[in-house]
Design a protein around this ligand. Sequence first.
Ligand code: AMP
Length: 495
Amino acid sequence: MTQFTDFGLAQPVLRALEEAGYKSPTPIQAQAIAPAMQGRDLCGIAQTGTGKTAAFALPILHRLAETPRKAIRRGCRVLVLSPTRELANQIAENFSDYGKYLSFTNTVVFGGVTISRQEKALANGVDILVATPGRLMDLIERRSLTLEAVEILVLDEADQMLDLGFIHALKRIVKMLPKERQSLFFSATMPKNIASLADQYLRDPVQVAVTPVATTAERVTQEVIFAHTGAKQALLNHILRDPVIERVLVFTRTKHGADRVVRGLEKVGINASAIHGNKSQPQRERALAAFKDGSCRVLVATDIAARGIDVEAVSHVINYDLPNVPESYVHRIGRTARAGANGLAISFCNDEEKAYLRDIERTTRQKIPVGAFPEGFTPPSRQEAADNAQAEERRPAPNGQRPGQRQGQRPSSRPGGRPGQGRGFEGRGGENRGGSGRPSRSDGGARPQDGRGDRRPAAQGEPRAEPRGERPRAPRPQGGGEGRAIGWLDRGPRS
Ligand code: AMP
């Protein structure tokens, strides 16, 4: 089996990997690192959770170690484009981690925070700049940044980038880059539009692929529980009372839905927070930090918000709503069972969602086993559920907003999603390394944007991670699952 030492990576990089406890390269790393170190372009199909960040970060850090030179003023040597702030932070943190024994500068810029601090951080140039496209364009337009000296371009989660409407920004950005450069392109899926983008931007790329998008992570045990919509909250509350579930990520289709689920949990004394595009940057960061440090074991997220966030030890993923895009299901459940750990994914499915379930099963070529209601759980009758729903609708919202809607904002949201994990499963062990507050030499003095904790307030600026407006709510449930004997709960965590 390939080892990290086989690649000839610079010693400081190997040392950091050893310290991180990485024993051997993941499949995407095994395929990507050598060609990337040779300066080849890469076209990688890999999802978050496969180790794709290190697949591009390690060769880049190696290159910086081998060819130290000062970045030009207001320029960068490496440009990494990310669709969301969360992913951008995560990538920058990974660079800081893997490069902790190297001397380089690393800055992350995204919308929603004061631009002047970012301008200051860029003034003398940086080695690595991780950016979301909108803010990057703002900085270029203000002449605070030039792309003329970029040596390596990384385009991460290209499919997501297009989904979020960044295609025009992306085209403009690529035009400004030097023709002579190395380009590393990663996408979880490779539909035609992404493939043609890759064709345009890459020169004779090496193709690398792992976990075809239609393949669900092997170590995730899956289960679907049929429940009518009105029973879902009670079912979730019941399941989450089990302390075995130490860190759980709950997915809803809409932002409004995420807030509603959090309120439902809080009503029964279960502490939870929501993360979605209507939350301010500080709110998101607080929620994520609490989830990471274990002070809040339940994070409720929309698909987009969850993208790219890497939290170790998410034991359970619960799909409160089934996604209507099968790939989202694969992404969601991939948030558990990260890097070799085991995980459990439970999906609630009402009558209307049965069509989504069929699509998912067709796409993943897997039948998801049907689980029963947990022992001791009695689903509310449809009448009780309807009464509760009405009470919820009547609930006064602060400032006259609809629940889940921010002031001054159109009611809107697209699904988004993200990860976590719990003990009880044989996690890889170790802390999430992207954590805050660790000393590093790689920040170039760029505090708030340096990708290591210290996050600042967000306002507007970057197109939000969920810019398209809320999807129509799923049709009201008619059907429901009738309780069966017992489910996974008393079986405890699976391995
Ligand atoms: P990514 O797909 O880049 O988001 O990485 C997913 C998780 O796997 C992160 O927590 C990484 O720290 C971890 N990871 C990446 N490469 C390895 C490796 N070779 N061995 C163990 N863990 C890894």
